[in-house]
Write a protein that binds this ligand. Structure first.
Ligand code: K1U
Ligand code: ZN
Length: 176
């Protein structure tokens, strides 16, 4: 397993719709393993393949926050939202591709998601609470959408400017 670099917004690779996974091979299994390691290391509760520069419709997540509870690493291939609740929920979201920026986003409180596992089997599950927020945030990544796209153009622009500055500073540090 290896850590992968996480792309920082703005990056055209974060705005592209990811392509369906057609075959489960060693490269895909390695990508999923590396993404889980990268997510836990960040630390984060989710990560989508475009964030590490892959255009596969693959996401990983583990929303167990309690250190004493058993982890639940999940790998979802070709996830699809099959049902959304009428009830909404608002959560202050963050994003590993938009470090240190947080904003309230309102989404359906519960969702039914279907996906293929790394074993090739189809799954379907109802998610609620943080799991529902996270899986929707990650599926958005697979569709080229970021949480800042839910904000006003002014707020989005402010955050984007901060990220451009951050990337400029990071580039300066690596060449110094
Ligand atoms: O997709 C990502 O960028 C990961 C992101 C997922 C997410 C966060 C909040 C709401 C919805 C989706 C993160 O994991 S940001 C980091 C974070 O939320 C966190 C980090 C450590 C402990 C708990 C949460
Ligand atoms: Zn994100």
């Amino acid at each position: 397993m290896a850590l992968r670099s996480i792309l920082i917004h703005p990056d055209p690779r974060l705005k592209k719709r990811a392509d369906p996974v057609r075959a489960i091979d060693d490269d895909l299994r390695r990508l999923a393993d590396d993404m889980l390691e990268t997510m836990y290391d960040a630390p984060g509760i989710g990560l989508a393949a475009p964030q590490v520069g892959s255009n596969a419709r693959l996401l990983v997540m583990d929303c167990i926050k309690d250190k004493d509870a058993a982890p639940r690493p999940m790998v979802l291939l070709n996830p699809a939202i099959e049902w959304t609740s009428d009830e909404d929920s608002t959560y202050e979201e963050g994003c590993l591709s938009i470090p240190d920026q947080f904003a309230d986003v309102t989404r359906p409180a519960e969702v039914d998601v279907s996906w293929m596992g790394l074993d090739g089997q189809q799954h379907r599950e109802r998610f609620s609470g943080l799991w529902a927020t996270c899986v929707q945030h990650e599926i958005d990544h697979l569709n080229g959408r970021l949480f800042i796209d839910y904000l006003t153009p002014l707020k989005r622009q402010l955050i984007t400017r901060k990220m451009v500055k951050l990337k400029r500073e990071q580039a300066r540090e690596t060449t110094a």
